[in-house]
Design a protein around this ligand. Structure first.
Ligand code: GLY
Length: 336
């Protein structure tokens, strides 16, 4: 917190605006405002992925105008992936771009969304369809905010942590899979490891022309499941939960297409199922899921392209899978 206060004090921003959702306004803003010790404007929106919309972007731009924020203003994004993506998008476009910092409050945002400069809004239930690459001026990660998270959020966020093992380091995967998130009291080292891996990948390919795509393992099917469940309403799956399901189905595709061995497929399936304790009860409409996959940004020429694993820790990207193969991968997950 001191580092943040010092960082802000050193710069002469004309105004500071903090963006929260209603949860982070309640549970995290009191902690932040105590440490920050400056006057700020506060913008808040409803929590949940449905809030990552162009309507809310317009609301935030209007609030910035009303607060008379000029080009020297600072926007602080205090929240999970939705606030980070939406706030970054608004800051990067308001008056052609103002400074912003990310203070992620969920595990998922700490290890993924807050790092690497992706900002976006959804179009309806199609995820991240409009956005731009814009690096935050600074990211402050403080694991203290994890104490404000419901267990379900923490466990779902661990899916993104496990992903780093699967796409980059078998030794890390072995360690992580033996460590259920509920038993972790000291998060700093795990978060730092994930952030370092992500930074290396982003450095090699900042605009996702190729290699950065490996960060999307589990996300092609995962995003489709998330969109489908958001559209279905009542109790949508969380992003991390959808990614966990996606990683199991895409591990099966890896087995089918990329030479992943049966014991590794079984190891991934068992570990993800037991650690993340997710079971999506109802088999979805595969055609509708496939329609969401066709909107995935990694596609080319209306072909759905995947990140698949040749071995644990050893991914390849841009792998075409047919509709039939995708259906069989979904069958694998839904028959577990
Ligand atoms: N969340 C994936 C990426 O930042 O590329």
């Amino acid at each position: 917190m001191e580092a943040l206060a010092e960082w802000v004090a050193k710069r002469s921003f004309s105004k500071t605006i903090i963006l929260t959702d209603n949860n982070t306004a309640r549970f995290c803003l009191p902690v932040l405002s105590q440490g920050l010790k400056i006057r700020f404007h506060h913008i808040t929106i409803a929590s949940g992925e449905n809030s990552k919309s162009i309507d809310n972007a317009t609301y935030i731009w209007n609030q910035l105008l009303e607060a008379e924020a000029d080009r020297n203003a600072l926007l602080i994004n205090l929240g999970g992936g939705m606030i980070i993506d939406l706030g970054g998008f608004c800051a990067a476009t308001y008056k052609r771009g103002i400074s912003f910092i990310n203070i992620p409050t969920t595990l998922l945002a700490m290890v993924d969304a807050a790092i690497g400069g992706k900002t976006a809004v959804n179009i309806g239930h199609y995820k991240n369809q409009v956005g731009l690459f814009a690096e935050a001026d600074k990211v402050f990660i403080n694991p203290v905010y994890l104490q404000t998270l419901p267990e379900r959020e923490l466990v779902a966020g661990y899916a993104e942590v496990l992903k780093y093992g699967l796409i980059s380091d078998k030794g890390l995967w072995d360690k992580l899979k033996a460590t259920p998130p509920q038993t972790i009291t000291e998060w700093k080292e795990i978060i730092n490891t994930c952030v370092s891996i992500k930074k290396e990948i982003v450095k090699a390919d900042p605009k996702e022309n190729g290699f950065r795509k490996i960060l999307n393992f589990g996300h092609t099917i995962g995003h489709a499941i998330e969109s489908y469940s958001l559209e279905a309403g009542n109790k949508p799956v969380l992003h991390g939960e959808a990614v966990a399901i996606g990683m199991i189905a895409e591990a099966w595709l890896s087995f089918e297409k990329s030479g992943l061995e049966t014991p590794e497929l079984e190891e991934i399936t068992t570990a993800l199922q037991s650690i993340l304790t997710i079971k999506w009860p109802k088999k979805p409409d595969y055609d509708q899921l496939y329609d969401y996959m066709l909107k995935d940004k990694k596609n080319k020429d209306r072909e759905v392209r995947f990140v698949l694993l040749m071995n644990i820790g050893d991914p390849e990207f841009d792998i075409y899978c047919s509709y039939e193969e995708i259906c069989r991968a979904l069958d694998y997950y839904f028959s577990l």
